[in-house]
Design a binder for this molecule. Structure first.
Ligand code: ATP
Length: 248
């Protein structure tokens, strides 16, 4: 469904992505794992096209020079020149790191904002699905986003992304700052979204262990380079990966 080749991103002269190639098949879950600053968010921005906005904004305000080389084939179409909203219109939806929900708006309003690409019927049906996936959100539907816990905000961010009718969901560090019990709920939801909705998912995380069991394929990112890749289990049992990412 998506194949990216030779992605390169420079912030001025600093290389943030160095010749990264990856694929994610139809209805698959692909994990991207790497430490702080490995380039995970930059990779998500490059796939979703947000990097082009960052590049343009920096250019307009005379800031740093952002250089991007990318070749991205999505469902048989070369999309690397497409704007983020054009990619979103084709079903590539980014759920950014740190959630970015609207603090002043209620849970329901936040979800409805996500439905800008959906028909009324799709929005109604997706809302029902989100409430079955995260019953907490239904209970809190009138609460302001800013009053939610970190875990509830993450559920809301995922819900909002689902409202946009993704075919490929890009989840940037969804477990960041969450307690282990809440992490489990989010991981279960990721698996269910793939299974129930047939959505492909690319998920980044710093810590691989909690996510490995649900990924079909994984890449390890180090200093902007994809240094290892493989099926979830196979990679998890690789001694190099174990020592680097599981501390054993
Ligand atoms: P984190 O887990 O901290 O979010 P990450 O793996 O998502 O890290 P990126 O945010 O993609 O990593 O950053 C990769 C590198 O690029 C880092 O060294 C970071 O400091 C740098 N970087 C990211 N955004 C910019 C920017 N707008 N300008 C300059 N450097 C940047």
């Amino acid at each position: 469904m998506i194949e990216a080749k030779g992605l390169m991103v420079f912030y001025e002269n600093m290389i943030a992505l160095n010749n990264v190639s990856l694929r994610c098949g139809d209805k698959k879950i692909v994990g991207i794992f790497g430490a702080n600053s490995a380039g995970k968010s930059t990779l998500m921005y490059t796939l979703s096209g947000v990097i082009l906005d960052i590049q343009r904004k920096e250019e307009m305000r005379g800031g740093e020079r952002v250089t991007v080389f990318s070749e991205i084939n999505y469902d048989g179409e070369e999309i690397s020149k497409l704007k983020p909203h054009e990619r979103a219109g084709r079903g590539m939806i980014l759920c950014p790191e740190r959630r970015r929900i609207f603090a002043e708006s209620s849970v329901l309003e936040n979800l409805k904002i996500g439905a800008y690409l959906a028909t009324k019927k799709e929005a109604r049906e997706t809302l029902r699905y989100i409430f079955s996936l995260f019953p907490t959100l239904e209970r809190l539907k009138d609460r302001q986003g800013g009053f939610l816990s970190g875990g509830e905000q993450q559920m809301l961010a995922i819900g909002r992304a689902l409202m946009a009718q993704p075919r490929l969901l890009l989840l940037d560090e969804p477990l960041l700052g969450l307690a282990p019990s809440i992490q489990k709920d989010v991981i279960r939801a990721i698996k269910e979204i793939q299974r129930d909705r047939g959505i492909s998912i690319i998920v980044t995380e710093q810590y691989a262990r909690p996510v490995f069991p649900v990924v079909d394929y994984a890449y390890i990112l180090e200093n902007g380079s994809a240094v290892m890749e493989g099926e979830g289990e196979e990679l998890m049992n690789n001694p190099d990966v174990k020592s680097a990412y599981f501390g054993v």
